[in-house]
Structure formats: structure tokens, C-alpha cells
Design a protein around this ligand. Sequence first.
Ligand code: F3S
Length: 64
Amino acid sequence: MEFKVNEDLCIGCGACINLTNETVFKMNDEGFAYADNKEVNNNLEDAKMAVDACPTNAISIIEE
Ligand code: F3S
């Protein structure tokens, strides 16, 4: 499973980053989140919580 952040929707609130302790989701230089999918397997449940927590529904799950 992989995650993807839509930068057009992200408002940089940081909820996804906090929920995953800056593992699966990190902030880029522009202040938007991006997904580091190398970290997903260790933090899958937290990453799923972040999908629900995002206020703008910017995070999508990409099923493999
Ligand atoms: Fe952006 Fe949503 Fe995370 S607004 S910082 S993708 S919780």
C-alpha cells in the first residue's frame, strides 16, 4: 500500500506529519506534505489514521 498527497489540496496543517511522527508523511520546502512510502510498512495504521484526519482529504491510498 502506498500513499500520495495531493499538493493542490494540502493546506500544510501538519496533522498527517504529527500522526506518523514525521515518518510516512513529511513536510517539503514549500510547506506541503509528501509521502515517504519507504516508511509505510512500519507505520501503516498511523498512516491510515492520517488519511482520515486530513481536513482537506488531500491524502489518497494507492492500492497495489
Ligand atoms: Fe496537508 Fe492534510 Fe497533511 S492538509 S499537511 S496532507 S493532514
